[in-house]
Design a protein around this ligand. Sequence first.
Ligand SMILES: [Zn+2]
Length: 205
Amino acid sequence: MNFNDNNPLQRLIALLAKLPGLGPRSARRVVLSLMKKPEATLRPLAHALIEVADNMKSCAACGNLDTQDPCHICDDARRDRSMICVIEDVGDLWAMERSGIYRGLYHVLGGTLSALDGVGPDQLRIASLVRRIAESKQTTPVHEVILALNATLEGQTTAHYVAEQIGSSGISITRLAHGLPVGGELDYLDDGTLTAAFTARQKAS
Ligand SMILES: [Zn+2]
């Protein structure tokens, strides 16, 4: 089949092909599969995409991406507000949630410090974390901050910097146990490994 750029099918395939984990071949397979069951898959997918696109919000408190602000986690009265788990990005938050090990709140930094990529503290949500911890004293004080950053050089440098900024005034600062593979990113860990690293978390020195 010969497509040109004005062809909606070609446009759809080209858009899907840019997504992580997909390429042109997978994108074509996805589109073909969707078109074979338009009512069961294609139309519900289109609606779900529009609904998320129209309602997507970044949580002002924690930086999570959701369809409401505050996000479903910050808004959940059953979560333990005395714990904040600091992660690099929303994918890591989802990994923690999948493991089911953690019932506290999160704080998404939005990346890691990287001199190479020109990412300094101001580009990350570090100041808002420090502010959040300070403000928590008026309601439910934060007792533990878990630095669940990736086991990369940048992740560990960032963890060290964040720990310094928080200081130690009555707050336990912990980090995930070794056992995280070096260079390991949370999102790629199986749930068992992540759970073990979380359970055996250690005081950050
Ligand atoms: Zn939130």
